[in-house]
Design a protein around this ligand. Structure first.
Ligand code: PMT
Length: 414
């Protein structure tokens, strides 16, 4: 399997040679792309000797005048053929250029052109690492699904002490292997995701709604699609662009969401209900805009419980994952939901915390099943989406796990 190591111009560039060797020891076919800055710290010859492949340096030939013989397509063929692009070290400059979609050299052009996962191993001076600009670029890239191998602390090349040392090589290798493993682990799934906040009309102008931005659901759709799944995203109104590669079904009300979900359910193998669905709607929807004539009373009626209905109507083998947005006694309420609705798992998030939950870029959750409770600490929603899918795969594979254990035990007793 082919992976590409991108090397940018930091003092830790020399450690990329060690990373190449470590990846080769995992039976990976390693190719190397270097930035101009990286060549000031280590020569392309080193990587050519280690990999046996030509090291790609720039979009232009050596005198910088004309494109390489085949560079017009090389960055595309390189981008399409690699299974993972790992950039180590990732300088603050590269982080900024990736976050803003620049493509002024081969490495950043390839990063835009590849569908492969991106693993970034930043290394820089502690002040640069802690600078708000660097941290903002990092958050942007994490939201897009990049895996960040966080730098270590210690003495830095500049003599200062603090965060910013390139992570241990084995940590970078582990991140690459994890990403490679995930790349196709949902290839046999059709994942139905709901997202956003439904709107229940009060009159032609007003509606009852909630603060859901759709970010959690869209992150789940993106993550599932990146892992090989066919994804159907049923979304209430949001300000987000539908993730590329997903089948997109826009809805507005709970009733519309229910109809869309039930229509797609027969072909779904995994349902994840991240949408904030209204529990109540106005019993009467005024035909004309309600005039301001002093206090009014609005009678609300319960909406259909889509999650419970999906659990009842699903075909055998379809996993159903609900969410629970709680503000008090979260575990008690979420466990109650899990039991009442019969879902395979509930993702509990404490929406009383302003820094996570509704409309934030980060979230923290507890993945609850009838027998387990797994804490998923605060992280970007896109990273949390992958972690939730990891736990779903554990649910999907218990039979396999048991089968593997039986096989091991039978071998042991032979
Ligand atoms: O969209 P973001 O801004 O990123 O915010 C993310 C989120 C906080 C909305 C998300 O993480 C979340 O918690 N979604 C569920 C919100 C919600 O409706 O929770 P609930 O506890 O009220 O509902 C429990 C479950 O039943 C949910 O899976 C919900 O989709 C489902 N439900 C609820 C009501 C209803 N009538 N039908 C349903 O299917």
């Amino acid at each position: 399997m082919k992976v590409t190591v991108g090397v940018s111009g930091g003092i830790a560039a020399y450690k990329a040679a060690e990373l190449v060797r470590a990846l080769q020891q995992q039976a990976l076919d390693v190719h190397v792309v270097m930035t101009a800055g990286a060549q000031r710290f280590i020569t392309p010859l080193t990587f050519a000797a280690l990999t046996g492949h030509r090291v790609i340096i720039g979009l232009w030939d050596s005198d910088g005048e004309v494109p390489n013989a085949n560079s017009a397509i090389e960055h595309i063929s390189e981008a399409q053929s690699t299974q993972t692009l790992v950039i180590a070290p990732t300088t603050a400059d590269i982080l900024a250029r990736l976050a803003h979609g620049l493509a002024d050299d081969f490495l950043t052009t390839m990063a835009l052109a590849t569908p492969a996962p991106l693993v970034l191993a930043p290394a820089m001076n502690v002040q640069m690492w802690e600078h708000p600009a660097t941290q903002a670029n990092l958050a942007t890239l994490q939201q897009r699904g990049a895996r960040i191998v966080v730098p270590d602390s210690g003495y830095l090349a500049c003599g200062m002490l603090g965060d910013g040392r390139l992570a241990k090589i084995e940590s970078i290798v582990a991140a690459v292997l994890n990403v490679l493993h995930r790349r196709h682990d949902l290839a046999n799934e059709t994942v139905l995701v709901t997202a956003g906040g439904t709107r229940e009309p009060l009159d032609p102008v007003r509606f009852l709604g909630n603060r859901s931005s759709g970010k959690m659901g869209y992150a789940l759709a993106e993550a599932a699609q990146a892992r090989g799944a066919r994804v159907i995203l049923i979304s209430a109104p949001t300000r987000l662009n539908p993730p590329a590669g997903c089948e997109f079904v826009p809805v507005t009300t709970t009733q519309e969401m229910r109809q869309a979900v039930l229509k797609q359910l027969p072909q779904s193998t995994l349902v994840i209900k991240a949408a904030a669905v209204a529990d109540y709607r106005p019993r009467v929807q005024a035909e004309q805009k309600i005039k301001r004539t002093g206090p009014i009373t609005i009678e609300l009626e319960p909406t259909e419980d889509i999650l419970a209905e999906v659990v009842r109507a699903r075909k055998t083998g379809t996993l159903v994952i609900g969410f629970a947005a709680e503000t008090e006694r979260p575990l008690e309420h979420a466990r109650g939901k899990l039991a009442r609705k019969g879902a395979d798992a509930i993702v509990l998030n404490d929406v009383a915390r302003p820094e996570i939950g509704f409309d934030s870029d980060r979230n923290a959750a507890t993945f609850l099943t009838a027998t387990t409770s797994i804490d998923l600490p605060e992280m970007p929603k896109r990273a949390l989406a992958d972690r939730i899918l990891d736990e779903v795969l554990v649910l999907r594979r218990p039979r396999l796990v048991v089968a593997e254990l039986d096989a091991v035990s039978s071998r042991a007793t032979r």
